[in-house]
Design a protein around this ligand. Structure first.
Ligand code: ZN
Length: 221
C-alpha cells in the first residue's frame, strides 16, 4: 500500500518525519523537471564546472527539494533530488544521496522570501571575476530585470564575503537579501538567484552575467 500510494504519504504530512523513500508530489515533480531543464541550460553555458552549483524548488511551507551533492549538473534526475526541512536544513530521507553542501543558503532564502519557489546557484565566469562590494551597474537596459523601472537606475548587487561556514553565511544572509532584485553574490565564488519559477531564477543570473560581461568589455576599451 505504501509503495503504490506515495501521494498519500505526502498528503498525510509524514514527510515531516524522516522516511526512507519520501516522494515529491506530482506537481513538485513537474517543477523539479522544469528546474532540471534550467540546469541543462545553465550547464551548457559552462556555469557548473566540476559539479559546482546547486538547484532547488519549494514544496509547501516547510520543505524544499534540492539537487544532491557531487552530481554533475548535466546529469540530474528528479529521483535524485533530496527533501530538506526549511527550518533545520536536515534531509528528510534516511538514506540515499546527501543534499548539496550549500543547502543552508537555499533554506535561508525560502524562509526569508515566502514567495520564492525556486533557487539556483551558479558560477558564471564574469560575475565571479567582477563583482565585489562596491560594484554598481547603471545605464543598461537589463537593469530592469531586477525590478527597476528605468535603465538609468543604479543597482548594487548584494555581495557577501565567501566562507565555508554555512551557519555564519545563513546568519549574514538576512541582512543582505533584497526582495526586489532577488539575487546576491558570494565574493570570488558565484551567484544565487531565486524567483517564482526556475526560469525566473535563471534569467536573473543570465541578466547579471550579461551586465558583468558588458562592464568588463567597457573597461577594456
Ligand atoms: Zn558554489
Amino acid at each position: 500500500l505504501t509503495q503504490s500510494t506515495p501521494q498519500l504519504l505526502v498528503a498525510s504530512g509524514n514527510l515531516s518525519r524522516k522516511s526512507p523513500h519520501p516522494y515529491p508530489s506530482p506537481l513538485t515533480v513537474v517543477r523539479i523537471n522544469e528546474l532540471i531543464s534550467c540546469a541543462l541550460d545553465s550547464n551548457s553555458r559552462g556555469w557548473h564546472p566540476g559539479t559546482a552549483g546547486n538547484f532547488s524548488v519549494r514544496e509547501g511551507s516547510d520543505r524544499c527539494w534540492i539537487s544532491p551533492s557531487s552530481v554533475h549538473k548535466g546529469r540530474l534526475h528528479w529521483r535524485d533530488f533530496v527533501p530538506v526541512d526549511l527550518q533545520s536544513n536536515i534531509s528528510l530521507r534516511t538514506h540515499g544521496r546527501a543534499p548539496s553542501a550549500e543547502t543552508a543558503l537555499h533554506t535561508a532564502i525560502y524562509r526569508f522570501d515566502p514567495k520564492a519557489s525556486a533557487v539556483i546557484h551558479a558560477h558564471p565566469r564574469a560575475v565571479t571575476s567582477l563583482i565585489h562590494h562596491q560594484q554598481l551597474f547603471t545605464n543598461n537596459e537589463l537593469i530592469k530585470v531586477f525590478g527597476f523601472k528605468n535603465h538609468e537606475d543604479t543597482i548594487q548587487v548584494p555581495c557577501i564575503p565567501n566562507t565555508q561556514d554555512m551557519s555564519a553565511l545563513g546568519q549574514e544572509l538576512p541582512k543582505q537579501i533584497d526582495l526586489q532584485s532577488r539575487v546576491f553574490v558570494l565574493e570570488n565564488h558565484g551567484v544565487y538567484a531565486w524567483g517564482n519559477s526556475p526560469s525566473e531564477a535563471l534569467y536573473r543570473i543570465e541578466a547579471l552575467e550579461f551586465l558583468c560581461q558588458t562592464a568588463l568589455e567597457l573597461a577594456q576599451r
